[in-house]
Design a protein around this ligand. Structure first.
Ligand code: FMN
Length: 133
């Protein structure tokens, strides 16, 4: 199995970003390909971890890199793994009017099983997000 973590910027910022479309495609495809992970977005940035069988993770990441709904994609890590850190595929998105505290609490719960290498970039990005308002 393999795990990929990357960060990117949303082409269309804010609540108009096509999060519903991304979520529907991802739920569908990831369930078929045994991919789990977490997609975080504050409407400006994406941070996503995908984990699962190497061939499917590579193929999924290949499609993701071609997607023009985001840009400036930077790979944080791409490593072989023996076990998953996320039992299911989840997307966490903070809308502009979501209370930051409740959202942060939810993210912390979702990340509680993740390694520090995965958790730290999420927490760092969440911290910038809350400064933005
Ligand atoms: C930020 C972001 C995250 C995405 N995450 C996934 C994902 O986890 N799984 C997936 O299959 N597609 C994901 N996509 C969508 C892919 O880029 C691509 O559009 C989709 O896989 C095509 O699927 P389809 O051929 O079934 O329509 C993501 C796109 C973006 C912009």
């Amino acid at each position: 199995m393999r795990k990929i973590l990357y960060m990117s910027s949303s082409t269309i910022a804010g609540d108009k970003a096509d999060l519903v479309g991304i979520l529907q495609q991802s739920r569908h495809n990831n369930a078929l390909h045994d991919i789990t992970g977490l997609l975080w977005s504050d409407g400006t940035h994406f941070l996503q971890v995908i984990e699962g069988p190497t061939a499917f993770v590579d193929a999924t990441f290949g499609r993701i890199t071609q997607d023009d709904r985001h840009y400036d994609l930077s790979l944080q890590h791409n490593i072989p793994i023996h076990e998953r850190q996320f039992g299911a595929w989840t997307m966490a998105h903070r809308r502009a009017d979501d209370p930051v505290d409740a959202y942060d609490a939810r993210m912390r719960r979702l990340l509680s099983g993740a390694s520090q290498r995965v958790r730290d970039p999420f927490l760092a990005l969440m911290a910038t997000g809350s400064l933005d308002g």
